[in-house]
Write a protein that binds this ligand. Structure first.
Ligand code: GTP
Length: 592
């Protein structure tokens, strides 16, 4: 059978354990090096990924080896993209579990091992970096036993020196099952990723389970219900290379003039328009944004530019949401929804870099569910819309189950951090003698502030964090408003637990006092709950106007000063008579 000569696999590894280096060795070993050089050039354009040192967009490649086609499906490596990872795993029959021989198994890896299990993948353990003098294969093997993985199956490798590469490729052929599926069945193909090309539209990356697809076919996307005519199909070498067919077990791409990513999301099932499959492949989920923030142009004239930029970004980012909103402080802008904090940062940076728009962003927030006295339930994405106390019956907020990987000596500090952030302890398991996995249930709103930074600093950078949503719970929350120069600034409002509201108010004002530059007059800062002022700070006035001496001065000096002022204006917003810099809008994340 045709599928006998195909294998589909992915690599599960913690950041820096050697996934990319190993993939490079595979390319070399299968004589795809020339192609790889092209891929490197291609990757150079995605400097955001480079800088952040993480894979946002997965790369996929077909490796010819011993008469087989081995499809390596790469997975994105960040918690914001767990759903994408799960779809990539669903496209495989097996996974290489790559573990650094010095670092051992990490918490994040664990989460992916569980995902692999859920998808019934055959796991091949690889202990990498065996060339290092501190390599400790025995300890890693003990960790594998904890994970119920046969330690004797582990392949000892060094991606750096090229050791163990053939053994791994052989194991992929021998141990990972060949794909099932019949070419005569109605077509079912899973979309596990996609790219966007401004000429050819959305290019879904797919794994065929049943039937076949070729140019000229009329296909139907089962979740969106849209039909398209296929213009081209092909595989990744890693460059896109046109082929005649994609058959059961194949991994590749198709081009069908799909203009909108919304019609072809990750997790879609592609079938034939005429002879449709009875049901889609399992596991499709509408991805919902979890974190919201307001994006406003520093310069009001850039509003339509920002709208166009968001529209374009949305074409290849199915998770990004935006709708227009207005703020009395910031003017016209957009409330945007993101998968998580990293996703939010990536979008903001792309807007500033690729579209050259100066942005003011408000602090991230979650969606609160407010059950009101009139019986209605309101979903509040923008803290300034939180209703007053007398209209509220009760409030619910989203919780996550956080899984923290912590070295033994930092357990105390990490537990304290969790408890200070309203975390409820669930359980603790030893990963090995030196590391534990702590499970806490924590409000999502606590995680999206400075939790991650604090986790890193209280564990000398060693703790890891993974989390999943576990639904809504009732909490006693109030809206805290901030007044600058006696004027309420809606973009600075936030929702906080009632019992820490005053303390948070004081911390925020201290921070604002540092961030807002002194002006010619004294500026009072106040925090209020309803009509009660709970904290106050004052920014003293400038002693002297620095520009005064310049009037009547020589022309170049004056122009220089003007230019400097223009620079200084960037990422600054005039609210009433006070200039508020971008950083101040993040001050509301300050906790103590
Ligand atoms: P991300 O792309 O960030 O997920 O990392 P990765 O898992 O792809 O790791 P990568 O291949 O970039 O390797 C991380 C570092 O480890 C690099 O500096 C590599 O040179 C090094 N490295 C990878 N494999 C080996 C190995 O077998 N031995 C040694 N000594 N170093 C290795």
């Amino acid at each position: 059978k045709d599928t006998e000569k195909k294998r589909n696999f992915c690599i599960i590894a913690h950041i820096d354990h050697g996934k990319s280096t190993l993939a490079d060795r595979f390319l070399e070993r299968t004589n795809m090096v020339e192609e790889r050089e092209m891929k490197d050039q291609f990757l150079d354009s995605m400097d955001l990924e480079r800088e952040k040192g993480i894979t946002i967009k997965a790369q996929t490649i077909t490796l010819p080896y011993r008469g087989h086609n081995l499809n390596l499906i790469d997975t994105p490596g960040h918690v914001d993209f767990t759903y994408e990872v799960s779809r990539s795993l669903a496209a495989c029959e097996g996974a290489l579990l790559v573990v650094d021989a010095v670092q051992g198994v990490e918490a994040q890896t664990l989460a992916n091992v569980y995902l692999a299990r859920e998808n019934d993948l055959k796991i091949i353990p690889v202990i990498n970096k065996m060339d290092l003098p501190q390599a400790d294969a025995q300890s890693v093997k003990e960790q594998l036993i904890e994970l119920e993985i046969e330690p004797d199956d582990a392949i000892l490798a060094s991606a750096k020196e090229g050791r163990g590469i053939d053994e791994i490729l052989d194991a992929i052929i021998e141990e990972i099952p060949a794909p099932q599926g019949g070419i005569d069945n109605p077509t079912q193909a899973l979309v596990f990723d996609s790219a966007y090309d401004s000429y050819r539209g959305v290019i879904p990356h797919l794994r065929v389970f049943e039937g076949d697809i070729s140019a000229g076919d009329e296909i139907k996307l089962m979740a969106s219900g849209k039909n398209y005519e296929v213009e081209e199909v092909g595989i990744f070498t890693p460059r896109m290379k046109e082929t005649d067919y994609l058959k059961p077990g194949d991994v590749g791409y198709l081009i069908a003039n799909i203009k909108n990513i919304r019609n072809c999301r990750v997790g879609e099932t592609i079938t034939e328009a005429q002879n449709s499959a009875e049901s889609p492949l399992p596991g499709y989920r509408e991805i919902k944004p979890m974190v919201f923030s307001g994006l406003y142009p520093s310069d009001n004239d850039d509003y339509s530019l920002l709208e166009q930029a968001l529209e374009k970004l949305q074409l290849n980012d199915a998770a990004l949401r935006y709708e227009s909103e207005s703020s009395s402080a910031l003017g016209y802008g957009f409330r945007c929804g993101f998968l998580g904090l990293l996703h939010m940062e990536v979008v903001q940076e792309r807007l500033e870099r690729e579209y050259d728009i100066d942005l003011i962003t408000t602090a991230p927030s979650v969606i609160y569910k407010v059950v009101k006295t009139d019986g209605e339930t309101a979903k509040i994405e923008n803290p300034s819309h939180f209703p007053p106390k007398n209209e509220i019956e009760w409030v619910e907020e989203p919780y996550v189950r956080a899984e923290l990987g912590v070295p033994e000596e930092h357990i105390g500090a990490v537990m304290e951090l969790c408890e200070n952030n309203r975390g409820e302890f669930e359980e603790m398991n030893f990963l090995d003698r030196q590391r534990v996995i702590l499970n806490y249930e924590i409000p999502m709103s606590e995680i999206i502030t400075d939790f991650f930074d604090r986790l890193k600093s209280c564990s000398q950078g060693y703790a890891t964090l993974d989390y999943e949503q576990i639904g809504y719970r009732e909490s006693d929350l109030v809206k805290l408003d901030i007044l600058v120069n006696k004027e309420q600034v809606d973009a600075l409002s936030l929702v906080v637990p009632r019992d820490v509201a005053e303390k948070r108010g004081r911390a925020i004002l201290k921070k604002l006092k540092d961030e807002i530059p002194r002006q010619l007059f004294e500026i009072p800062l106040q925090a209020s709950i309803g009509s009660n002022i709970v904290a106050r700070e004052d920014i003293p006035a400038h002693k002297k106007d620095v520009t005064e001496g310049l009037y009547g001065g020589d022309f170049t000096r004056k122009r220089k000063q003007l230019e400097k002022q223009k620079e200084g204006k960037k990422r600054m917003k005039k609210v009433g008579s006070v200039n508020i810099p971008q950083k101040a809008f993040m001050a509301v994340l300050e906790k103590d």
